[in-house]
Design a protein. Structure first.
Length: 472
């Protein structure tokens, strides 16, 4: 596959490296654990074709208005938590509210948006900081280790077997606040580095990576308590339904991110060249605001306490036979199979995305901006598929297993359009839309089944399931 991509570059006739394709492959590395040699070969080859060294040194400083956009959300969150009353959007009689489910989706959506914001600018940023193009890949993909550490730490602080709702909520909000503060520090450090020497820039680049590790750790720390809380609050009969929407939130965040970057870049540059380091500083600033907004909504939607035995009552509501009624060995096997399935589906969708972008640019001479717009449009297709499937499941018109099988077959049909049967670029867009949309549905149902089959205090519990997914 790397050879095909590099061959595409050599025949494209362009002397300008392709950041969107490079960073799409970097995302594939993040999702699927591909070997770094692929990324090194790709980025190094592009650096040899046309290294990006001629950058503007114009800085767009932060103003009083931008600082107020950061301070105000902090004050809102502080006032909400200092009120000592129930969270604004919670229901004391029923923790399973629409606001709670949206908060889970918003958590993943904002996480993926923040990751996607870095992709279009990271190559120019690394070059302007005196680093090689390969380091832009390391800058994006170095967050996996702190994510693993955060999950291990959070399981020791708040686990499914020793659950404390108040402590879990405090951990979630505290980690989000600290993470947003670290992002603000990164923005200030990056903005003050534009006119420094090359040696200083290289040192600051590594400082920003270290700060990024702290931010990634804090961002991943709420993952286990949020997922365990979701499993305790959400009835079994609704888990597949909400898992589908959560999958859409993840895909939507990744696909909407480049469009958000384009808006931020347009507002910052205002038609004039700007130093990539300054643009990256504004991206860090935007990430801080996005994380604050997510924290405020989560604080308003997460209950401070659960009703006594609420999770046991939820289990008794299940009226039809499902995976939770199987024996322990079968349930553990289902959890493991669903994890493997999710891993393979992520690999397939990311691979199709890379190939579609490459073909649009190399074979059909599409500009990078148009390719990014296509990815954003595909996210709305995922929402349509999810809405249709969720309606069928909620009204019990079609069983989850039928929808699961149908979505996989439709995705297979969509993959056929990757081959040229005279459909041209339209065929590639159809392929992306069908594969992404149906994958959101099938992955959501698979995660719902895995959640229902999870067994507390085993290697297939809710929190252990997160470990297995990352290892997978």
């Amino acid at each position: 596959m790397p050879g095909c991509i590099l061959e595409g570059f050599s025949h494209s006739g362009s002397q300008v490296p392709n950041p969107l394709l490079i960073h799409t492959v970097l995302v594939l590395r993040n999702w699927c654990g591909l070997q770094p040699v692929m990324i090194v070969a790709l980025t190094a080859a592009n650096a040899e074709i046309a290294p990006l060294t001629d950058f503007s040194d114009r800085v767009v400083p932060f103003t009083a208005v931008t600082w107020s956009c950061v301070i105000f959300p902090f004050l809102v969150l502080l006032a909400h938590e200092a009120a000592k009353t129930k969270p604004l959007l919670t229901n004391p009689q029923d923790a399973n509210t629409m606001s709670f489910q949206i908060s889970i989706m918003f958590f993943f959506f904002h996480w993926y948006v923040m990751e996607a914001l870095l992709m279009p600018i990271s190559l120019d940023f690394a070059e302007s900081m005196g680093q090689s193009a390969t380091m832009s890949g390391f800058f994006l993909s170095s967050s996996m280790i702190p994510v693993f550490i955060a999950i291990v730490v959070s399981k020791r602080m708040v686990s499914e077997s020793n659950w404390d709702q108040a402590n879990a909520r405090t951990l979630i909000l505290g980690a989000q606040v600290i993470g947003s503060i670290v992002l603000l520090v990164k923005a200030v450090v990056a903005s003050s580095t534009v006119d420094r020497s090359v040696g200083t820039k290289q040192a600051v680049f590594w400082l920003l990576i270290c700060l990024g590790q702290i931010c990634s750790f804090m961002q991943a720390l709420p993952l286990v308590p949020l997922m365990v809380m979701w499993a305790k609050i959400t009835p079994n009969r609704e888990r597949s339904y909400w898992s589908v929407w959560t999958q859409c939130a993840r895909n939507g965040g990744f696909l909407v991110g480049p469009a958000v970057f384009a808006i931020i870049s347009l507002c910052v540059k205002q038609g004039q060249p700007v130093a990539p380091v300054s643009v990256m500083a504004w991206i860090f600033f935007a990430q801080c605001i996005i994380m604050q907004l997510a924290t405020i909504y989560i604080a308003m939607a997460l209950p401070k306490a659960l009703l006594p035995n609420e999770d046991e009552e939820i289990e008794s509501e299940q009226t039809e036979q499902g995976v939770e009624e199987l024996d322990a060995k079968q349930r553990q096997e289902i959890v493991k199979q669903m994890i493997r399935y999710g891993f393979l589906r992520y690999f397939q969708t990311a691979s199709i995305e890379v190939s579609a972008i490459m073909l649009l640019e190399v074979s059909y001479d599409w500009p990078t901006e148009s390719c990014g717009a296509v990815l954003t449009a595909v996210s709305f297709t995922s929402l349509l598929f999810a809405a249709f499937s969720a309606t069928l499941m909620s009204r019990k018109l079609v069983s989850e297993s039928v929808i699961f099988a149908a979505s996989n077959h439709i995705a297979l049909l969509g993959a056929i359009f990757l081959f040229d049967f005279g459909t041209g670029a339209a065929g590639l867009m159809i392929a992306d839309a069908l594969v992404y949309g149906c994958s959101s549905v099938s992955n959501g149902i698979a995660e719902g089944w895995g959640s229902k089959a999870a067994i507390p205090d085993t290697d297939c519990s809710q929190d252990s399931k997160i470990d297995l997914r990352l290892v997978g």
